[in-house]
Design a protein. Structure first.
Length: 527
């Protein structure tokens, strides 16, 4: 049985560099605390070699010519989530050991991923796609793999039975002892794991207690335990806090491109795609001393949060297409103030799998179709693009716009159509014999003559027709509490029109009397 450990050295620094790739390869130091009491709490190897020490003030660190950034817990959170996604892309059995370290069980993966060396190389390559530089170690002992990943850079493969010899050169502080025990071991001259493993355990227990015994077992790689498995997460979120507020679309698009690339890389590692993108901006607050007129005081102040959801026609993970769609959405509905923080959340979904028919016409690509619909929405407005659908209401001419589905996407849901095919087949004969009703939208104004409350003659569009047969009235009403409520009396009429040049024509029409507008209208005709 083999175990693997993935460790991210200088985790806090890498989390900041992951959000700002221009810092890659430079000396970076992180500050924490409120000015002027902010101190250096983390630094990468280049910064330490330049002379940076933990605890320095910002002024002292600035004298060494290193890049100084504030520590970002939000970016550390997303970097840790990306690390877990990396582990689940390799094995379903992952332990969330620490913020910068995870452990994997590689049992049974040889037939899928190949040798341990191939698995380790694959982990390192996928980590690069997630903008992380990691150390990977594979061993037959859990703790040996963890210690090797924390102590050695690059990829380490430990042969079974040689764990203690392989880890003997590591310093004792790699075992993470307490400060008191570390000072005691240093006074004894015990500075490596091999030297600690050579000590007699009984005498060590008498002097250092149970923690000394535990450190001795770790140094000898005699500690064996099982993994504490973590549940796979279903949240894919990337966020970025900005030092300076962003007001224009172009610099904002540059930042969104970076976050979308990281989101898509995480989705790809989990073999998923984005079914929707939720955008959340924290906006810059307005000035408290701005001059306000009397009318402005009654208005509700603009929200400091901007939230939008980008619904996608099919799950996708192409960052370029997603960026174009987000840009069009922002052009249509821009935020009301400069942006201080960006949070992008991907709603995961299974990637679309479809096979076109040999004799079917080529349908438009769903990604390109979604982009075209987004451009149309930007031109004509939200809610004016889609497929018309009859609304579930008693109003006869009510309809709504729903999201357009491409023919290819519709074919993926053919199973649902098959389940209702039996019910549809029973209505086929009735549909063939039923008359087609052609709706006039808007209704055509008409003049109606009544006798004893029933229509006898109708005039509209320059035509005059006598009523041969009438059926009705049918009274419908609804939403009286709104401005668009209705109250109509409808009739179905058979009309005979008179013409001087041709023979008389007959037709079936539906008319209605609008009680609110006190007028007659022609709803439509039957073919």
């Amino acid at each position: 049985m083999a175990f693997a450990s993935i460790h991210v050295p200088d985790f806090s620094v890498q989390a900041v560099i992951r959000a700002e790739p221009a810092l890659r390869g430079r000396a970076v130091a992180l500050l924490e605390g409120n000015p002027p009491l902010a101190n250096v709490v983390a630094a990468n190897l280049s910064a330490l070699q330049a002379g940076i020490e933990l605890g320095m003030t910002k002024t002292q660190a600035g004298d060494f010519g290193v890049e100084i950034r504030p520590r970002s817990p939000a970016q550390e959170k997303t970097a840790h989530a990306a690390l877990l996604d990396l582990g689940w892309s390799i094995s379903p059995r992952v332990e969330d050991t620490a913020q910068d370290t995870i452990l994997l069980d590689l049992a049974g993966l040889a037939s899928l991923s190949g040798t341990d060396e191939a698995v380790a190389d694959r982990m390192a390559q996928q980590a690069e796609s997630l903008d992380l530089v990691v150390n990977v170690a594979v061993a037959s002992n859990v703790e040996a793999a963890r210690l090797a990943a924390r102590g050695f850079s690059g990829v380490s493969l430990i042969p079974p039975g040689e764990e203690a010899q392989y880890l003997g050169c590591l310093p004792v502080d790699a075992l993470l002892p307490s400060a008191e025990i570390l000072e005691t071991l240093d006074r004894w001259g015990v500075r490596t794991c091999a030297a600690l493993a050579a000590l007699p355990v009984v005498e060590l227990s008498e002097r250092l207690g149970q923690e000394g015994v535990r450190l001795h077992e770790l140094a000898r790689c005699a500690d064996s335990r099982s993994l504490v498995l973590a549940e796979p997460g279903h949240s894919f979120e990337e966020e970025m806090e900005l030092e300076d507020a962003v007001e224009e679309l172009e610099p904002l698009a540059f930042l969104l491109s970076r976050l979308l690339g990281q989101l898509c890389a995480r989705l790809e590692a989990r073999s998923l795609a984005a079914a929707a993108i939720h955008t959340r901006f924290e906006l810059e607050p307005s000035f408290e001393k701005d001059f306000l007129r009397a009318n402005d005081l009654r208005r509700k102040p603009p929200s400091k949060i901007y939230e939008k959801t980008l619904a996608l026609p099919v799950p996708m993970r192409d960052p370029k297409v997603l960026l174009k769609l987000l840009r069009l959405q922002l052009e249509t509905n821009p935020p009301a103030a400069p942006i201080l923080k960006i949070i992008l959340t991907a709603e995961p979904g299974r990637q679309r799998v479809a096979q076109g028919g040999l004799f079917l016409p080529v349908a438009p690509d769903p990604e390109k179709l979604g982009l075209t619909l987004a451009r149309l929405t930007n031109l004509v407005g939200d809610g004016n693009v889609g497929s018309p659908e009859i609304a579930d209401t008693h109003r006869s001419d009510e309809f709504q716009m729903r999201r357009f589905h491409s023919p290819r996407e519709t074919s993926e849901t053919s199973g649902k159509s098959e389940r209702i095919a039996a019910g549809a087949a029973t209505q086929t004969a009735e549909l063939r014999t039923a008359a087609i009703f052609r709706v006039f939208r808007p209704g055509v104004p008409a003049v109606v003559e009544l006798r004893e409350g029933r229509p006898t003659r109708v005039r509209f569009r320059g035509m005059r027709g006598d009523v041969l047969a009438a059926s009705g009235p049918w009274r419908t009403s609804g939403v009286w509490w709104r401005e668009d409520g209705w109250h109509n009396d409808e009739w179905d009429l058979e009309l005979q029109f008179h013409s001087h040049t041709t023979q008389a024509k007959r037709g079936l029409y539906r008319i209605y009397f609008d009680s609110i507008r006190q007028s007659w209208f022609v709803r439509g005709m039957y073919d």
